[in-house]
Each structure stands twice: as C-alpha cells, then as structure tokens.
Design a protein around this ligand. Structure first.
Ligand SMILES: NC(=O)c1ccc[n+]([C@@H]2O[C@H](COP(=O)([O-])OP(=O)(O)OC[C@H]3O[C@@H](n4cnc5c(N)ncnc54)[C@H](OP(=O)(O)O)[C@@H]3O)[C@@H](O)[C@H]2O)c1
Length: 257
C-alpha cells in the first residue's frame, strides 16, 4: 500500500497526479484528499471546485489510464438536511454549501467518467492526529467549566479507523456505486460532546444551543444521517459511534512512541 500526501502531488496538477499514480501502479486508488474547510470553501469557491471536483476528476482519469479502480470519499453535505429519516444512497442531492456542491458535482462527474468507481459518503469524521470535533471539545473542556454546543444538527460520527477498515473491505468486495459509511447510530453535536466529556471523565457542563446562536459562514444540514442499507447489503457492519468514541479516547491516552 502506498500512502501519498499533498507533498507527492497536488490533485489540481493532472500531469503530476498521473505520474505518481503510474509510479505506484495500484489496483485501487482511495481519494481522501480534499479542501475540507467547509466555511473556507464559502469564501474560496474557485479553490474548492478546483481541488474537490476538478482534482477528483484528475485522479479518476489517472486511475482509469493505469487500469486501477477508485474509491472517492464524499460527504453527507451533498444532502439538504430536510429529511427526518436516514438518507438512502439514491436520495436526491441538494447541497446547501459550496463544499457540499463541490462534492456533489465530483460524484456526478466521477460516475460519468468511471461508472464502476465507488463513492463512499461519510460524515462527522474524527481520529487521532488531526483537528477533529472530539479533540476540540476535550481541549476546551480542559479549561472551561461549561461549553455551548449546537443541538439542532443530527448526524453520524465516524471514527477514521473504522472508515479505513470499511474501505479495505469495499475494495476486497470490488464494490462500485454509492455507499454510505458511518459508525452506527446518530446524535446531535451536543449529545456527541456530552459523551466525549463524560467518557474523558471531565466535569464540564455541555449546554445545548441552536445553530442560529452559533452562526457560521456555511449552512449545515440539520439532519444528515446516512442509511447503512447498501453497506449492509455488501456484508459490512460498522460498530456504534459510542464504541468508536470509547476506542478513540483509549487511543488518545496511549503514549506517543
Ligand atoms: N471531516 C469530516 O467530517 C468529513 C465528512 C465527510 C466527508 N469527508 C471527506 O473525507 C475525506 C477526508 O476528510 P478529512 O477531514 O480527514 O480531511 P483533512 O484532515 O482536511 O485532510 C485532507 C487532506 O487533503 C490534502 N489536500 C488538500 N488539498 C490538496 C490538494 N490540492 N492536493 C493534494 N492534497 C490535498 C491535505 O493535505 P495538506 O494537509 O498538506 O493540505 C490533507 O492531507 C475528504 O475527502 C472529506 O471531504 C470528511
């Protein structure tokens, strides 16, 4: 397995992307790279489309040229959040943010270009080693007696370790088309924050607030729970987000070697 970073290739540079894909001669390419600053995308739509849509096309073209299959990581933000039951893979896309539009347009282009590609939509990612919601909450909770967290957005937290395992299984099963990959269960950000704080043994009070009280540049879907129906049909079961969070908190406690 070859792990490539932005230092190896900028996905906007189609020629370089083809070079690095050729060098690693893969059976599968997993495209996780993206401009993921959802609020930043609102102010920089050209950059957002160049990286998230056109960059994804560059990677798909390269994968096709070397005869590799592709898994593209997409997002719950392709949906408008107006449903009240989990989104199925064939529900209509209706993104409300620039970031969501970049991902929705990338999905459409990739499926045209490479009908057997696999679009893995995920949501609310967290993991060791980067900025993520649990990390932010734990850092804030360590120094504050109370935190305000939005309680009117519901989604599915997903541990990067579980997502990675599911992607490996998707490749082994030669999956194609759209599949939703999140940890099982759903919650609001406030409910998630409460479990993070209690799981870490902190006494910080987490107070529910509305999205309106925490206005941000990009609109977020108020409901973006993704249905696992297709994932289950492929024989893949995800652990609950409660279990995933417990393992994440344990992992954080381990000394860095
Ligand atoms: N985070 C979430 O909650 C969430 C939810 C749904 C879907 N997703 C999707 O899941 C994937 C991983 O998300 P993440 O949150 O783990 O992302 P992340 O931590 O922001 O990492 C994104 C990576 O993309 C690289 N990158 C950015 N621009 C690039 C470019 N022009 N060329 C090459 N590489 C570039 C970054 O490299 P540098 O660090 O060097 O800039 C970084 O390594 C993304 O496709 C994202 O859209 C994420």
């Amino acid at each position: 397995m070859t792990g490539l970073t932005s230092r190896a290739a900028d996905v906007r540079d189609g020629k370089r992307v083809l070079e690095v894909v050729r060098e690693s001669n893969p059976e599968w390419v997993v495209l996780a790279a993206a401009y993921t600053d959802v609020d930043g995308c609102e102010g920089n739509p050209d950059l957002a489309f160049a990286v998230n849509r056109d960059g994804a096309v560059n990677v798909a073209v390269a994968a096709k040229k070397v005869g590799a299959r592709l898994v593209f990581l997409s997002s719950d933000y392709v949906f408008d959040g107006k449903k009240t039951t989990p989104y199925e893979i064939d529900d209509a896309r209706n993104p409300q943010s620039v970031y969501g539009r970049t991902k929705a347009e990338a999905e459409i282009k990739l499926l045209e270009l490479m009908p057997d590609c696999c679009i893995a939509r995920t949501s609310w990612l967290f993991g060791i080693g980067g900025k993520c919601f649990p990390d932010t909450i734990l850092k804030l909770a360590a120094s504050r007696p109370a935190l305000d967290v939005v309680n009117d957005q519901r989604g599915g937290p997903t541990y990067s370790v579980d997502l990675a395992r599911a992607i490996v299984q998707l490749c082994r099963k030669a999956a194609s088309g759209i599949v939703h990959v999140t940890n099982a269960g759903d919650c609001t950000w406030c409910e998630f924050a409460r479990e993070i704080v209690s799981g870490a043994g902190l006494a910080t009070v987490v107070r529910p607030v509305s999205s309106r009280q925490m206005a941000r540049p990009a609109p977020r879907p108020c409901y973006s729970v993704l249905s696992p129906t297709r994932l289950r049909a492929l024989g893949i079961e995800m652990p609950s987000w409660h279990d995933a969070l417990r393992r994440y908190l344990e992992e954080r406690e381990k000394p860095v070697c």
